[in-house]
Design a protein around this ligand. Structure first.
Ligand code: GTP
Ligand code: MG
Ligand code: ZN
Length: 357
């Protein structure tokens, strides 16, 4: 199948970035990563798809920071070597990136989706939406640089989806909320602009929330496997196991992801403030700049909690995310300081060796 790169989001600014990195005289083309595995990625190029191995230089960069690895949604320089080997030589600078903290102890990041225009938080309407989870994922979505939204799936299972959508709207602070039923094909039109030609929408949410079902509905055909949630606890079965860019027949693309379990945040202070503009505004209005929002006089937060303008749930949710970010930032600083000390020791050792007669 031929691919029109423009319908996948290729534009002048990516073309300029590509021109800077492409090697004159080499057999190279731009491509967009559909799927990335260890050391190999499947790339959409004009002529179809290619399996490209990740170039050694990129693997070396990734040894220092895994965020450098090509991932679903990335634009890469694809080179064909004289012996027929194909490699991804460079990753073009990302316009947006959904990055979460990995489970490992040293606070590194993992890219869930690159170069998406919309980061959709996918939350099922049934059983009732988990507002804290929506807020956490919206923080991640805002931080990515893409436009966030909330997709409330399985609207056919609720008697009054509009009321639930309004409640979720209070937790979404400015991001649009779209109730949809992929089962009945309802509400999908509101999402179409997010997957119009040239645009990509990432789907982020827990297992069983209906991400792959939604991607199939937007594609108008079954391209991804889906599976019923477990009857005992309503949990998903982690059907999708890798991130995948799905080009849609009408142009545009969806980026499906595996169900997220615990999502750790990393360097997401901006995202947190955008996801909680109401709370950020209140904090600004406290009388003291170092207000602990506890018993201080003139605390705008306590006043908003007292008159119900701010819910205790949302306040607790903000505090929890903020503490988590502060903790991770301290850990990261400690790691960087330790690395710096180790580097200095090496330099000193080398210096001593050199000065020996
Ligand atoms: N009633 C109803 N069920 C839906 C709807 N959308 C999805 N489902 C069901 O929800 C279950 C889970 O859907 P999936 O699309 O596999 O969920 P997922 O988010 O991709 O899950 P993972 O791949 O595990 O992360 C399936 O049984 C779907 O049929 C909907 O609009 N209405
Ligand atoms: Mg899935
Ligand atoms: Zn205060």
């Amino acid at each position: 199948m031929m691919h029109d790169l423009a319908s996948l989001g290729w534009d002048d600014s990516f073309a300029a970035a590509y021109a800077e990195r492409a090697t004159a005289g080499a057999d190279e083309v731009p491509g967009r990563v559909m799927r990335a595995d260890r050391g190999v990625c499947t790339v959409l190029i004009g002529a179809g798809t290619a399996r490209a191995s990740v170039a050694g230089a990129l693997l070396t960069d990734a040894g220092r920071d895994p965020v450098a690895l090509p991932c679903a949604g990335d634009w890469v320089v694809v080179r064909t070597w004289p012996d027929g080997r194909i490699s991804a030589e460079a990753v073009l600078p990302r316009r947006s990136a959904v990055v979460r903290r990995t489970a490992d102890k040293d606070s590194t990041g993992q890219v869930l989706a690159a170069n998406v225009d919309t980061a959709a938080v996918v939350e099922p309407i049934d059983p009732s939406p988990d507002l804290n989870r929506v807020e956490r994922l919206l923080t991640l979505a805002w931080q990515s640089g893409a436009q966030p939204c909330v997709v409330l799936t399985k609207a056919d299972l609720a008697t009054d989806p509009a009321t639930i959508a309004r409640q979720v709207g209070d937790a979404a602070a400015g991001a649009p909320v779209y109730p949809v039923s992929a089962e009945r094909g309802e509400g999908l039109d509101a999402l179409r602009p997010h997957v119009a030609p040239g645009r990509t929408c990432a789907l982020l949410g827990p297992s069983g929330s209906g991400k792959s079902t939604l991607a199939n509905a937007l594609a108008g055909t079954t391209v991804l496997a889906t599976q019923q949630v477990r009857r005992v606890d309503g949990k998903g079965r982690h059907t999708t196991t890798h991130r995948a860019l799905v080009p849609l027949p009408g142009g545009g693309a969806v980026l499906d992801t595996p169900g997220l379990r615990a999502v750790g945040l990393l360097d997401a202070d901006t995202g947190l403030n955008l996801a909680f503009t109401d709370v950020a505004d209140l904090v600004q209005r406290c009388r003291f700049t170092d207000c602990g929002h506890d018993t201080e006089p003139g605390c705008a937060v306590q006043a908003a909690l007292a008159d119900g303008e701010l819910s205790v749930r949302r306040w607790d949710s903000w505090r929890k995310l903020q503490r988590e970010l502060a903790y991770e930032a301290r850990r990261k600083d400690a790691r960087l300081a330790a690395e710096e000390r180790a580097r200095w020791k090496r330099v000193q050792r080398q210096g001593r060796r050199r000065s020996r007669p």
